[in-house]
Design a binder for this molecule. Structure first.
Ligand SMILES: Nc1ncnc2c1ncn2[C@@H]1O[C@H](COP(=O)(O)OP(=O)(O)O)[C@@H](O)[C@H]1O
Ligand SMILES: [Mg+2]
Length: 278
């Protein structure tokens, strides 16, 4: 069964899409069957992976969420063998309105995943920059979430609101939702402020922060315009190295958990990351 990870932060421009696309590509490169789900009406992840917009206007995540199409028919191949994408375009804005009075409207994505979860090892959800019904659907369908934080002065602004939304989702919709980790992005080691903010976040979240820090790297900002993930665009870049390390960290964490589970052959009773106070 796939592990479903939502990449969420209601702030725009913090590296959600860059992380979704490149983490998904690195998981696929590590021979994990991976699906990236573009849940942002801006469709940046879809463009960033070079999927032709014209090809999916009638079958994309919007159609899967409103129940007009089976999700299997809304999935497309990418340049990487083990990486598929369920794309989106600006029609997805309409889903918010159309689902407003629908039964179990927060669980549309979770339900859509039912038939495909066994076909993947990882499903990565690129959430939109809002705490809207779409993001709530993303977090309700997920096993865990990653919060990318840009290492700049206002990094933690809005974070309390996001974590409060997560808390409400755990209480009401998805009790098993765990924090995969806080990810520092666009880190510039030459910049004192970047260092200070990174330290502040690491002290605050301790082991909930990924060891991997994503550096500010021009190749990472160039690759979407070529429709390629960083590992295809420039495997030797610092950005590529960082996202490969992030994928390793995530795979390792899943393996530790699995082996604990197998050894003890019990219900999963290791502490959730949310047992730690933030
Ligand atoms: N590590 C990075 N180094 C350089 N540019 C980056 C990096 N991460 C993201 N960017 C650029 O910053 C902008 C915002 O990133 P994006 O991933 O689209 O954020 P979000 O999805 O949170 O809105 C994009 O132009 C992207 O190419
Ligand atoms: Mg984005």
């Amino acid at each position: 069964m796939a592990k479903v990870i939502a990449i969420a932060n209601q702030k725009g421009g913090v590296g959600k899409t860059t992380t979704s696309v490149n983490l998904a590509a690195c998981l696929a490169a590590a021979e994990r069957r991976t699906l990236i789900v573009d849940l942002d009406p801006q469709g940046n992840a879809s463009v960033g992976l070079g999927v032709d917009k014209e090809s999916f206007t009638n079958s994309n995540i919007y159609h899967a969420m409103i129940g007009e199409e089976n999700i299997e028919n809304c999935i497309y191949k990418t340049e990487l063998d083990l990486l598929d994408i369920c794309p989106s375009d600006n029609n997805l804005i309409g889903a918010e309105v159309e689902l407003m009075n629908a039964f179990a409207r927060e669980q549309k994505l979770k339900n859509a995943f039912e038939t495909i979860r066994s076909q993947y090892d990882y499903i990565i959800i690129d959430c939109p920059p809002s705490l809207s019904l779409l993001t709530v659907n993303g977090l309700t369908a997920a096993d865990s979430y990653i919060v990318p934080l840009q290492t700049e002065y206002y990094a933690m602004e809005g974070l309390a609101q996001l974590l409060n939304t997560v808390k409400l989702i755990k209480q009401n919709l998805n009790p098993n939702l765990e924090r995969e980790g806080i990810l520092l992005t666009m880190y510039d080691g030459r910049n004192n402020l970047s260092k200070l903010v990174a330290e502040e976040i690491q002290n605050h979240f301790e082991e909930d922060t990924f060891k991997t820090i994503i550096p500010r790297n021009v190749k990472l900002s160039e690759c979407p315009s070529h429709g390629k993930p960083i590992i295809i665009y420039d495997i030797t870049s610092k950005g590529s190295e960082a996202y490969l390390n992030l994928a390793k960290e995530i795979i390792k964490k899943s393996q530790v958990k699995e082996s604990f589970y197998n050894q003890h052959n019990t219900q999963m009773d290791i502490p959730s990351f949310d047992d730690y106070q933030i």
